[in-house]
Every structure is written in structure tokens, then in C-alpha cells.
Design a protein around this ligand. Sequence first.
Ligand code: PMT
Length: 226
Amino acid sequence: FTHDILTGLNVLITAGGTREDIDPVRYISNHSSGKMGYAIAEAAIESGATVTLISGPVNLDTPDRVTRVDVLSARDMHQAVHDRIEGVDIFIGCAAVSDYRPAEVAKEKIKKDPENGSETLEIKLVRNPDIIASVTGLDTPPFVVGFAAETHNVLGYAADKMRRKKMNLVVANDVADRDIGFSSDSNEVTVIGEELEEPLPRASKKVVSRKLLQIVARRFRKWKHL
Ligand code: PMT
């Protein structure tokens, strides 16, 4: 099967969600469990790659022979990626990165205001850096694979994201279906690239990862003119 397809290549993968602090006890995050990114890391090791995994907070064991770097916020993840991007051949952004963070992190726990008894509380959010766009924008970028988690117009929005962020491939993930995508053990995706639209049928995240990496390896060689 896929034993040697990535031999000699350095692969950097992001996985899991990020956490954006509101105050010392609260944060904004999402439902990413890290399972998809970790399955890709494991499949990349099986395929012969050297793998670094930049991981948000998850409840998963580190796959054998994978170098794991733990981060919390989107800005931490951005920094960790750029600290390790040199010499990377293939970057796979599977993390669910928070697009926004609270403009200010309160130094102390935000209290309910007993004086005015307000029923609402406003938290102002500001944009986080786009990690994938910052990688494709490098002078000599690696081969970049992004994900697009969408609830409607999945393939259309995914293709838009690929062009806008200059990715080599995008993995379109329909997250409206609760049995696939966030947190589940299975997934079903469509891999989109230049003149490519390949559906990967519903299967465990491990099986989907192996199939994804076959496409990635093939397209990487073409891109490198190997
Ligand atoms: O972790 P699991 O529970 O297994 O779930 C897997 C998954 C559903 C999280 C995964 O398959 C997936 O779809 N990941 C991407 C989730 C996401 O944030 O998608 P997006 O469409 O918002 O982002 C598009 C791409 O840009 C992604 O590659 C993302 O990593 C990247 N991005 C987004 C925002 C940002 N500030 N920086 C980024 O690099």
C-alpha cells in the first residue's frame, strides 16, 4: 500500500482547535477533537515521512515517532508553525483555528454586574492571523494542503478558499452532517485541486487519511517536477 510514498519528506501538520482566552477562567473554542489531524500524522509516519504535529489542546496520545508541539491560541499556533517551517516539504493545515479572539483578555474573572443587573455582556473580537495564508505567502512555500469546514455550498466555498489562500489542495469537509467531521471517528471529504475533484467515501479517519496522502504524494511530485 502506501509504505514509501513520503519517504525522505518533512511533513508539518496542525491539528485540533485553538483556545482564545476571555479571562483567567474562560475561553472561546470549537468542537475539533484533533482526531483527523492525528490520523493524518499517523498515516504520514506509515508512509515514511518525518512528521511534526502542532497540536491544540486535545485528549489524544501522540502517535509513535511523531514530534508533537502543544499550543493553545491561534497566535501560539502561528508562531509554532513559523518556528518549524524551514525544510518542510508538505504543510497540512487540519486545525480548526479560531478566526477571532477577544480584543482584550480580562486580567481578573469577569463578574456579573450586581449594580445594573444587565442581561447582556459584549465581548469585542479581533481577527487572528491566517496561518495557512502566511505559509503560502512565504518566499519558498512548501506544498500546502488546507481543509475547509463548511455547512453549506461545501465544494464552492472550499474551492474559493483554495484560490484565495493559494493552497495546492483543499479538503472539503461537510460539517453539517454530525456523523462526520468534528469529533466523530469517521469522515467523508472531497479533495479539490487544479483539475481535480476526488470524493473520498465515508470511512474511518485513518482510512481517509491514507487515501488523502496518496493524492498528496502524487500531486507533490507533479508540483516538484519529480
Ligand atoms: O479535529 P476533528 O474533531 O477530527 O475534526 C476535523 C475537522 C472537522 C476539524 C477537520 O477535518 C477540518 O475540517 N479542519 C479545518 C477546520 C477549519 O477551521 O476550517 P476553516 O474552513 O475555518 O479554515 C480553512 C483553512 O484555513 C483550514 O485549513 C484552517 O486550518 C486554516 N486557517 C483558518 C483560520 C486561521 N486563522 N488560520 C488558518 O490557517
